[in-house]
Ligand binder design. Sequence first.
Ligand code: PRP
Ligand code: URA
Length: 209
Amino acid sequence: MQGVTVVDHPLVQHKLTIMRKKETSTASFRRLLREISLLLGYEVTRELELTSTRIDTPLEPMDAPTLEGKKLVFASVLRAGNGLLEGLLDLVPAARVAHVGLYRDPDTLRPVEYFFKAPSDLADRLVIVVDPMLATANSAIAAVEKLKERGATNLRFLCLLAAPEGVEKFRAAHPDVPVVTAAIDSHLNDHGYIVPGLGDAGDRMYGTK
Ligand code: PRP
Ligand code: URA
């Protein structure tokens, strides 16, 4: 599908398989999500623009590539987005961070907003929205809408697992926002869970239930 990248790197797929297993512990789940975020982060930042800076190596001066433009923003959709955020900040330590607090009402599957804090100059920055799960896409659509209302124009959405229904709905709502994911699973069940999926990402990360 146009605008959707599935990262099929063997390390990503292997780690995702361990995360899916129901017997994987909270500690392992968190560690694997952090590790995968480094690999997914590599893909989602692939098209960052470079400029050239004059530096001196111990041997001679050279024009060397550096990232161009303002620091990017990682926008974490709470809570589970924080599992991806931590690794991404290891990759790009100078990035700015936005937090979008949303939870999915279990009956209506509609997102309920409870927190929002973002850098004021979103319009000037690439904003990478992160949330491990794209299920109905209601949360992702709402998070991106909110960021656009606050000025963001250049966005990407990074997740770990997506449902085909969610990908389609998200792309229809925000065709200008490319999606990067490690896998697109079979379908959503009657409770809006991704099947086969990995369960509730927030609960598995934090040991809540
Ligand atoms: C999960 C997940 C997404 C959302 C995806 O969060 O992290 O934000 O569900 O579902 P959707 O695509 O159908 O909207 P949840 O609402 O469970 O909150 P949590 O991260 O605090 O556990
Ligand atoms: N949120 C999750 O954490 N998991 C799903 O499968 C769907 C929504």
